[in-house]
Design a protein around this ligand. Structure first.
Ligand SMILES: Cc1cc2nc3c(=O)[nH]c(=O)nc-3n(C[C@H](O)[C@H](O)[C@H](O)COP(=O)(O)OP(=O)(O)OC[C@H]3O[C@@H](n4cnc5c(N)ncnc54)[C@H](O)[C@@H]3O)c2cc1C
Length: 421
């Protein structure tokens, strides 16, 4: 089908865009997805190690898995789901510091979350740092945890936004990778890769989008790009959309970096821990990684860094990230561990021009900007993507659900009477 004849143009082939396009297809409405990158999936991206093991450079966990729509899609595609729960490193911390200190840490966590929860989901809003007891011995450890969750430091984060985040606490994995799942979900969707949209013109009867491959137009458009791409020069809007830029500015991207190392064959037993154990590099500082040893029993280590450390390591380059990881792992398991590890891949989401970060957070006072971000413009330009979700932002299922909502809204423009072809 020529581009010019589609009803809806979806910008971005990540979780939100693919969900929207699938839903439009289900409703019998023609749609094309235009994607800047040369692949589908966006921040869902699985690569393979030399040994053929899947490694998710972006999302890895099916959060709120008991109500996560991606689980049914995975099952429909015949992809295996692993239901073993993570403990986010709690077990290994307990082993390291002993029962008494572990109880102390667990109680501190509960106290910190309780202080944050007390702000309530209506505010008045404060920064998370404002609510935490200065000088508490467990604060650096909690800051590290916040860095993994939000990709930012407590001082930068809206407490109300954090309180609104809803999670059932059930976390599963797709054996072949979350990125594989999202990309596979795009099979059957009409996607034009390597097609960055540079402008959106709302002045005519059809919305006109400019790409290096030419112009295309739609009766409705669904935009799923991450917030910083609305707040920069990447896409020019006519007329300008200052209210969207303002919303996007209140929803910056947090920084998260991942590094995968492969355990070389024949390395023997490098640690006295069960496969699938997560281990924090250090317990006394915020600038430390979380190391997932032998995830799903595979000979890999997945290193996870959040906040300023993630950005610094990414900027320093993959080798520096590797040095940092091997340094922390040597501290945990002895310096000989170095000989048994080889790098697989490091993420680079902050410098990636199509994401400019890992996932969105709200600045203090900015939690309601998510609702502003999702508001349609001119009754035919719709917005979706994780940053638009009130309670499941920063997740792939949150992105999916916003895509479904945007598709329903766009469908109502194409067929106001709800009819089917
Ligand atoms: C390191 C890391 C770990 C994560 N871990 C988890 C996890 O365990 N569980 C979880 O649920 N979530 C996790 N996430 C978050 C999750 O990956 C995202 O929330 C989700 O993938 C976002 O989907 P989206 O469709 O909103 O955005 P994206 O995936 O960013 O999709 C937007 C698409 O728009 C494209 N685009 C941008 N600009 C243009 C343009 N001008 N023209 C055309 N196309 C454009 C982009 O290339 C991209 O493909 C993680 C993310 C990262 C980075």
């Amino acid at each position: 089908m020529p581009f010019s004849e589609v009803d809806v143009v979806v910008v971005g082939a990540g979780a939100a865009g693919l969900a929207a396009a699938r839903e439009l297809g289900r409703r019998g409405i023609s749609a094309v997805v235009v994607e800047a990158r040369g692949r589908m999936g966006g921040r869902a991206h699985t690569v393979l190690s030399d040994g053929g093991h899947p490694a998710d450079l972006g999302c890895g966990w099916l959060h709120s898995a008991d109500r996560n729509p991606w689980c049914a899609i995975a099952e429909g595609l015949g992809l295996e789901i692993d239901r073993n729960p993570p403990d986010w490193g709690q077990g290994s911390v307990g082993r390291r510091i002993g029962r008494e200190a572990m109880t102390d840490w667990a109680e501190a966590m509960e106290r910190f979350w309780d202080l944050i929860d007390r702000v309530g989901d209506a505010g008045p809003d404060r920064s998370v740092a404002d609510l935490l007891p200065a000088g508490d011995r467990w604060l650096p450890r909690f800051e590290a945890v916040i860095g993994y969750i939000s990709g930012a430091e407590p001082g930068a984060l809206s407490a109300v936004d954090l309180v609104r985040y809803a999670d059932t606490g059930v976390n599963w994995r797709v054996a072949s990778g979350y990125g594989t799942l999202v990309a596979r979900a795009g099979a059957g969707v009409h996607v034009s890769l390597d097609t960055p949209v540079t402008s959106v013109d709302l002045t005519g009867p059809r919305i006109v989008l400019t790409t290096p491959k030419g112009e295309l137009c739609g009766r409705a458009v669904i935009l799923t790009v991450p917030p910083p791409l609305l707040d920069g020069e990447a896409i020019r809007f006519t007329p300008p959309l200052p209210e969207k830029i303002e919303a996007a500015r209140a929803l910056p991207m947090g920084y998260v970096a991942k590094l995968f190392l492969e355990v070389v064959e024949g390395s023997g037993c490098l640690w006295d821990l069960e496969p699938d154990t997560q281990v924090p590099g250090a317990l006394d500082g915020a600038r430390t990684g979380l190391y997932h040893l032998e995830p799903l029993g595979r000979p890999l280590i997945e290193a996870y860094y959040g906040g300023a450390l993630a950005l610094d390591l990414e900027r320093a380059g993959a080798e520096a990230m590797e040095d940092f990881a091997v340094g922390e792992l040597s501290g945990l398991f002895g310096s000989s561990v170095r000989r048994h590890l080889k790098p697989v891949a490091a993420s680079g989401w902050a410098a990636d021009p199509w994401s400019l970060g890992a996932y969105s957070y709200a600045v203090p006072g900015g939690a309601d900007r998510r609702a502003d971000l999702v508001l349609p413009v001119d009754g035919r330009l719709f917005f979706a993507g994780e940053a638009c979700s009130r309670d499941s932002y920063s997740t792939t299922h949150g992105a999916y659900l916003t895509g479904i909502d945007a598709a329903a809204a766009a469908a109502a423009v194409i067929r106001p009477d709800g009819s089917r072809p």
